[in-house]
Design a protein around this ligand. Structure first.
Ligand code: AMP
Ligand code: ZN
Ligand code: FE
Ligand code: FE
Length: 283
């Protein structure tokens, strides 16, 4: 069993449509793939329809933008009821807040002499939840930076970058509570990805575990070996399920589907805890 629990489609900042993502996951030999677009469930219907004729199982999910103690972090949420009103309302607030925030970053870039426009970014984002990778893609088109990753620097869009603007984010304790109330489970995404900025202290992770967090994403390209070893120990200590996943973004990042995977036993435990939705396979 090859299980990849973290991917993005054009419903957020990936480059595969949800249908292409499902087909690519099947072609990559995955048995289970989770669709975890940023702050949206917009890809579910298309991904589900694309399962026909494959042996793939789809886990519906989202990656919720959170902030605690001034530090941004990402919370993977799986198998929640997408219609549950409280989580629905909170998710809309965070997703819709991305639009004025993108305008703010575009304004800052223009002030820095980069001729990026909202029209470009809106074309690149399409109907996806708009984020920095879309703005970075516009900067690549304009020849300002050679690759999307090169826009995530102090000079431009990194958390401490000159053109960065913060966004509306969940308190992670609220996220855990809201997802649980919607029948879902939560996994703290790439908790040791220090190259992206400040990381959350272990004491806060312990607090989240006490508040009902289910797992920690351990095997992730942004974690080096010592980080994985340390996080694996922390997960064991706190009784958190250790997951692994690619965080695939299509061609917007270089990581392929299935680059890291989750143990089938861990996946079975996560799925068994969820009551808001069930994994979906073609009949
Ligand atoms: P946003 O949600 O708009 O703040 O943008 C966050 C997204 O930017 C994440 O999904 C990452 O995939 C991407 N990202 C963050 N840091 C980097 C980086 N150093 N290189 C490339 N992409 C990054
Ligand atoms: Zn992303
Ligand atoms: Fe993330
Ligand atoms: Fe992600």
């Amino acid at each position: 069993m090859r299980i990849d629990l973290h991917t993005h489609s054009t419903a957020s900042d990936g480059t595969d449509t949800p249908a292409e993502l499902v087909r690519n996951a099947a072609a990559a030999g995955l048995d289970v793939v989770a669709l975890t677009d940023h702050d949206t469930v917009g890809g579910y219907a298309q991904a589900t329809a694309a399962l026909a004729g494959t042996d793939l199982t789809l886990v519906t999910g989202a990656e919720l933008s959170c902030r605690t103690g001034g530090t941004s972090m990402h919370m993977l949420a799986y198998l929640f009821d997408p219609a549950e009103p409280q989580l629905y309302a909170a998710r809309e607030l965070v997703r819709d807040g991305r639009v004025p925030r993108a305008h703010g970053m575009i304004d800052k870039l223009q002030a820095l002499g980069v001729p990026v426009t909202w029209e470009m970014v809106a074309r690149i984002a399409g109907d996806g939840s708009v984020g920095r990778p879309h703005i970075a893609t516009a900067m690549v088109e304009l020849g300002v930076v050679p690759t999307v990753s090169d826009a995530f620097t102090e000079e431009w869009l990194a958390n401490d970058g000159r053109a960065y603007v913060g966004k509306q984010e969940f308190d992670p304790f609220d996220a855990v509570r809201l997802v649980k109330a919607a029948g879902g489970v939560t996994v703290f995404a790439h908790p040791g990805a220090h190259k992206r900025g400040e990381t959350v202290p272990d004491e806060v992770i312990a607090g989240l575990a006490a508040a009902g967090l289910d797992g920690l994403e351990i095997d992730h390209v942004d974690h080096d070996e010592p980080t994985r070893t340390r996080l694996r120990g922390l997960a064991r200590e706190l009784g958190l399920l250790p997951t692994g996943s690619s965080d695939y973004h299509g061609t917007r990042k270089s990581v392929p589907l299935g680059e890291c995977v989750t143990d089938p036993e861990v996946y079975a435990q996560l799925a068994a805890r969820a009551t808001g939705a069930q994994p979906i396979s073609a009949v």
